[in-house]
Design a protein around this ligand. Structure first.
Ligand code: MUC
Ligand code: MG
Length: 367
């Protein structure tokens, strides 16, 4: 069970349909595949998605911090010493997706060593999650057509609509068009990625007050401390903190400060070990949670699913598990299949994914 080597492999897979939102856009999945090798010949995998506009990380930076800083701190430890890994990695500030991918690759290796699914090791609550699809910026007709395709092809009926553009009517028109087209058949919530001010957010929420939204997420910056509290105090649905809560301490600060009333858990930024801490904190505080999407590929989505399916509260709301559908290809030997609005987790050991060596050879950037 001893960790003998760690690889950080850059790869790039183009999106067939780029995702646009208030804080950025993604045209190519320029991710890092992390592989953890053990002395038993086990290989654990996970992926890190660099999101410079959210956490400041880049593909090159993730590789450098894993190879130069984290690997020397972790090689020689066993797969059971995960808390030692956490405390050593915590000496380095930031780098959430690099730390998380390493953490999850270690869990994958542990599951494979024990011949057990990670989801069962974490909690084993269910084998599936309902899927929510994120709709990126476009005009109302295009976004309605996209939702229609997702519903007809995959049975998805929960949509997170990206908002945060100016004027606010660009976005409120989309949400209204979706409700007009589908009526009560779909669930809708909105995510502003900090694009609006608090007053714009309040106006937009008022304009959408008859549209039956489930949640509102990061409509304005949490750094606008007083105006964000003012906004959250008057929004009549749970207000989800996403990029403002990359750590458990951030969750505590934002919730106790009145800047949010629910949270998004993303395994891409808190791995399995810290996501478990965040989940238990949310449970203790009595918060609703949504399993979020860091614009993950299929490896990352499998991690979100493994964690989300492990607990009752993380599997209660639909999880954001479908945006890999916008990619032109992926790395898995057996691609994920969404059916009737659900994604079922694999019962294979570890995270339950197998990397296709030909696909990795084709998309990796270091050879
Ligand atoms: C989301 O929920 O915000 C877009 C930016 C980011 O950090 O994550 C994605 C999705
Ligand atoms: Mg978000």
């Amino acid at each position: 069970m001893k960790i003998t080597a760690i690889e950080a492999i850059p790869f790039a897979i183009p999106y067939s349909k780029p995702l646009r939102f208030a804080s950025g856009e993604v045209h190519t999945a320029e991710h890092v595949l992390v592989r953890v090798h053990t002395d038993d010949g086990i290989v654990g995998v996970a992926e890190a998605p660099p999101r410079p506009f959210t956490y400041g990380e880049t593909q090159d930076g993730i590789i450098a911090v894993i190879e130069k800083v984290f690997a020397p701190q972790v090689i020689g430890l066993t797969l059971l010493e995960r808390e030692v890994v956490v405390s050593r990695l915590a000496r380095t500030i930031g780098n959430p997706t690099a730390k998380s991918a390493l953490d999850m690759a270690i869990w994958d290796a542990l599951g494979k060593t024990l011949a057990l699914p990670v989801s069962d090791l974490l909690g084993g609550y269910t084998d599936r999650m309902r899927v929510s699809h994120m709709l990126g910026f476009a005009d109302p007709a295009t976004m309605v057509a996209e939702a229609e395709k997702m519903r007809d092809t995959y049975g998805i009926n929960t949509f997170k609509v990206k908002v945060g553009r100016r004027p606010i009517t660009l976005d409120t028109a989309v949400v209204r068009a979706l409700r007009d087209r589908f009526g009560d058949e779909i669930d809708l919530y909105v995510d502003g990625n900090r694009g609006w001010t608090a007053s714009e957010s309040a106006r937009a929420m008022k304009e959408m007050s008859d549209l039956g939204l489930l949640f509102a997420e990061e409509l304005c910056p949490a750094d606008d401390v007083m105006s964000r509290r003012w906004l959250v105090g008057q929004v009549d649905v749970p207000f989800i903190a996403d990029e403002s809560v990359p750590t458990a301490a951030d969750v505590t600060r934002e919730i106790l400060g009145g800047s949010a009333t629910a949270i998004s858990i993303k395994t891409a930024r808190t791995g399995f070990t810290a996501s478990r801490r965040v989940h238990h904190l949310a449970e203790g505080l009595g918060l609703e949670v949504v399993m979020g999407n860091q614009i993950d590929g299929q490896v990352g989505t499998s991690c979100t699913l493994a964690f989300g399916a492990a607990f009752e509260s993380t599997s209660r709301n639909a999880g954001e598990l479908s945006n890999f559908l916008d990619m032109s290809d992926d790395l898995l030997a057996e691609p994920l299949q969404i059916r009737d609005g659900y994604l079922h987790r694999s019962s294979a050991p570890g995270i339950g994914v197998e990397i296709d060596p030909d696909k990795l050879a084709h998309y990796r950037l270091d050879r």
